[in-house]
Design a protein around this ligand. Structure first.
Ligand code: SF4
Length: 434
């Protein structure tokens, strides 16, 4: 049996794509191996969002090529592969295959060609490609990610995704429901729907509200999440579905990127700070107790101190449970890379530090308010730092480390007795009735 080793970088979409590649390759007789040593095929599934991630991949390819046996194949797949295409074959001479996210069906042919010495790059966009007939090769777990949409039609000026993953396309609702039902049968009780602007989902007949209702109605699915929504794609129908489908969790990851209208305009985000806050208010009104996390970029070209202060204000106003914070890094090929007034590196770092301080203070305050409450936790396994404790997540998507009983996949009530900015601690009090 041939062995394939895949290393995955970047977002959940890449993790889901790795499962698709494994499925394609398993059909061809490949088995997955956890170490590069002895693998016949080595693949690196890459991210293109930040320049330093790409530099790391180039370095890693240099290391991995040492494991490539005679007749073996080394490939780069994912967004960086799509972005650089044949350039990667030039830059890393031992790379045999470069394949973008729409080319995974072709991997067996590319591998076969490579074993005869033909080095190939396939970065063609195939707007029909959903991999519908390729069931992802994934381990059964309490929680699963299900891709419902590929690509993106928005053109945020900082983002490389529209160039690496092509135009937006949604899977058919029936196909998504069939996949989720299969997962539920195997014991999965939490599903996260994935898409670049997931709430703009449309299969031509159904919208995202229909999708939430249909997936939420699958027996055994007790928690339903989605990521990442676009702020202005929360229609009244979507908000109503979120409020009425019991499985939909009271937590939304709602990327804001900046709190300054001037910066949002330059980013080509299609909302103002006021509209964003209105969406937050609408969701809060419809769904009691809903909480938010977000993505924020600091140091976007032209960001003044006053613009940055407006971002801090939004953070204080929304009071996010958590935030992914990034320093703006110009990506060649995106519009923002050519914008004037790039912010000096030292200013970006200093702003990031201030932002992180505010985010962490608020997260710590919000988590401290939860001490003494009982929260429903989906058990995921044992704690990574103390094997006598269990680990799981609340409906608000906060990690909890707790004592007491519970099996992976079970929902248990946990009395919260401690909190940091990122984690809660507690004690299981009872199993939650099915
Ligand atoms: S919505 Fe904007 S940031 Fe998100 S993937 Fe599309 S272009 Fe990128």
């Amino acid at each position: 049996m041939k062995r394939v080793y895949i290393e995955t970088y970047g977002c959940q979409m890449n993790v889901a794509d790795t499962e698709i590649m494994l499925s394609v390759l398993q059909r061809e007789g490949f088995a997955q191996t956890e170490t590069p040593d002895g693998a016949d095929l080595l693949l690196v599934n890459t991210c293109a969002v930040r320049d330093n991630a790409e530099q790391r991949v180039i370095g890693r390819l240099g290391e991995l090529q040492r494991y490539k046996p005679a007749g073996g194949v080394l490939g780069v797949v994912g967004c960086m592969a799509q972005r650089l295409g044949p350039l990667l074959l030039e830059r890393v001479p031992k790379v045999d295959i470069v394949a973008g996210p729409d080319a995974y069906r072709n991997l067996p042919a590319l591998v076969a060609a490579a074993s005869f010495g033909q080095r190939t790059s396939d970065t063609q966009f195939r707007t029909w490609e959903h991999y519908e007939d390729v069931p992802p090769a994934r381990e059964t777990a309490a929680s699963a990610f299900v891709t419902v949409q590929r690509g993106c039609d928005y053109k945020c000026t900082f983002c490389i995704v529209p160039y690496t993953r092509g135009p937006e396309r949604s899977r058919r609702l029936e196909d998504v429901v069939r996949e989720v039902a299969g997962l539920a049968e195997q014991g999965t009780s939490e599903v996260t729907l994935l898409g670049q602007t997931v709430n703009s989902y449309s299969d031509g007949v159904h919208d995202f509200a229909d999708l939430l209702r249909a997936v939420g109605a699958v027996g055994g699915i007790r928690r339903l999440r989605f990521t990442s929504p676009y702020p202005t794609d929360f229609t009244d129908r979507v908000i109503e579905a979120m409020a009425t489908v019991p499985a939909v969790c009271e937590h939304v990851h709602l990327p804001v990127q900046s709190g300054s209208n001037a910066v949002l305009r330059r980013m080509l985000r299609r909302y103002t700070r006021e509209r964003y806050l209105e969406v937050v208010a609408q969701l809060r009104m419809a769904i009691p107790g809903i909480t938010f996390s977000t993505d924020i970029i600091v140091g976007f070209p032209g960001e003044s101190e006053a613009d940055f202060a407006e971002t801090l204000e939004v953070v204080e106003q929304v009071r996010y449970d958590s935030a992914f914070t990034f320093i703006y890094s110009p990506r060649q090929g995106t519009e923002a890379a050519d914008l004037p007034d790039q912010v000096p590196e030292d200013v970006k770092h200093e702003r990031l530090e201030r932002l992180v301080d505010v985010v962490q203070r608020i997260a710590a305050e919000r988590n401290a308010e939860r001490v003494g409450r009982v929260e429903e936790v989906l058990v995921e396994g044992t704690s990574r730092t103390d094997s006598s404790l269990l680990r799981g997540r609340t409906r608000r998507n906060t990690t909890v480390v707790f004592s007491g009983g519970g099996q992976p996949g079970e929902l248990v009530d946990v009395l919260i007795d401690g909190a940091t900015s990122t984690t809660l601690r507690g004690r299981a009090t009872a199993a939650v009735a099915a």
